[in-house]
Design a binder for this molecule. Structure first.
Ligand code: PMP
Length: 401
């Protein structure tokens, strides 16, 4: 992996912030986009724009073919059995809301339904289940950020309808043992949804090897545009679930008395999708595959190790999330300094990090802290940027402590 060659493909990395070269370490929030993705989207609008699936004309046919080709690319990327198990959404949040709403209508009894979640979920894998009427049973985790699988095994009851767990924690970086968790859930006859938002750009994901029933992720965290994402669901379950939204494309026949629904995946894709962004997603997948997911993982692991070692040299540093299996995220506090102050001072030095609860308030409650500073890495980050970050942090820490 030739890092300069990769960086040259990301125009934004040449930007200056407050007169300094941008050091972008907020990749868990969103990654930057390579030029080929930006050009795939603008190329679509320049030469191809048409509404898909329903036109008799040339542009509509080509746009439809390009859109459906990305569905097959996603199928191949995550190892799904069928391309009609891939549903395009606006992102992880919409994917989880889709499943929560539709799954609950089909499988909840309305009488004390329970969903097991990990204690380290993003709010978007908590609130949709509460909206669907579930009582949540959280899996506790250790100080280092490892889920307690023994406690997990004890959370199942005859009210358990689903397990919903993130593959990688956006706050702690923990890679959760999804395969093992799926086996335990399936032994209880309970399906599993995996929130893959933080995994998809860092690990090779194979939904059949994981054995999960649903897997959701966002394009914008994997070098693709905002506003597009994927919900994978196993055909057997999707077939049983009612539509999430009603409208064009999801129907087979409509009368004022009765409507029948279209087949998968169209049953779950009401209305005009974001076709240009789906095409951008296809380009981002091609980009990632050309670099190689194993090469990306190895590069990011080296960065994480380098950054962890550098931060541990700083006086008063506290790291949150030190699980043996972790990826690309470094959450920390320095002494009593408020995370927002640290983030603002780093920004003055051109370094973009995120501060706050990272949409995981239960994680903050678990540690009894209001928030953390989070640096997160992507394939274009360099060891030199990590050094700049560590030196800046040393300065910031001297100012605040
Ligand atoms: N789950 C996790 C673990 C995340 O990190 C995020 C994004 N921060 C989401 C879900 C929500 O993703 P989106 O905002 O793209 O829908």
């Amino acid at each position: 992996m030739e890092i300069e060659h990769i960086r040259n493909q990301f125009p934004i990395l040449d930007e200056k912030v407050h007169g300094r070269p941008l050091v972008y370490l907020d990749n868990a929030a969103t990654t930057q986009k390579p030029l080929r993705v930006i050009e795939a989207v603008s190329g679509y609008y320049k030469t191809l724009n048409a509404n898909i699936h329903r036109g008799a004309h040339h542009l509509a046919a080509v746009a439809t073919e390009r859109y459906e080709a990305v569905r097959r690319q996603v199928q191949q990327l995550i190892g799904a059995r069928h391309s009609h198990e891939i549903v395009f959404t606006r992102g992880t949040t919409e994917g989880i809301n889709l499943v929560a709403s539709s799954f609950a209508r089909r499988y909840f009894s309305g009488d004390g339904d329970e969903v097991i979640v990990s204690g380290m979920e993003h709010h978007s894998n908590i609130v949709p289940w509460q909206l669907a009427g579930a009582r949540l049973r959280p899996i506790p985790f250790s100080d280092s950020g490892v889920l307690d699988l023994e406690a997990y095994g004890h959370l199942f009851s005859d009210k358990t309808r689903l397990v919903a767990v993130n593959h990688v924690s956006n706050t702690l970086g923990t890679v959760n043992p999804v395969r093992q968790m799926v086996d335990i859930a399936h032994a209880h006859g309970v399906p599993v949804l995996v929130d893959g938002a933080q995994a998809i750009s860092h690990l090779a994901v194979d939904v059949q090897a994981l054995g999960c029933d649903f897997y959701c992720f966002s394009g914008h965290k994997m070098y693709a545009p905002m506003g597009v994402g994927v919900m994978y669901g196993r055909e057997e379950l999707l077939d049983q679930m009612p539509p999430y939204q009603g409208g064009g494309e999801m129907i087979s026949e409509v009368t004022f008395e009765r409507t029948t629904y279209n087949q998968l995946p169209f049953k779950f894709e009401a209305g005009t999708p974001s076709v240009g962004d789906v095409i951008g997603l296809g380009e981002a997948i091609a980009f990632m595959q050309e670099v190689g997911l194993d090469a990306i993982a190895a590069h990011e692991e080296a960065l994480l190790r380098h950054a962890t070692d550098a931060l541990l040299q700083l006086p008063g540093i506290r790291l949150f999330g030190t699980a043996p299996q972790k990826t690309s995220v470094l959450s920390f506090l320095i002494g009593d300094a408020h995370p927002y102050d640290v983030g603002t001072l780093l920004d003055q030095l051109g370094i973009a990090v995120r501060t706050g609860h990272h949409c995981t308030q239960p994680v903050m409650d678990r540690y009894g802290i209001p928030g953390t500073v989070r640096a997160s890495f992507a394939l274009y980050n360099t060891p030199a940027e990590v050094d700049t970050f560590a030196t800046a942090l040393e300065k910031v820490s001297a100012m605040l402590m």
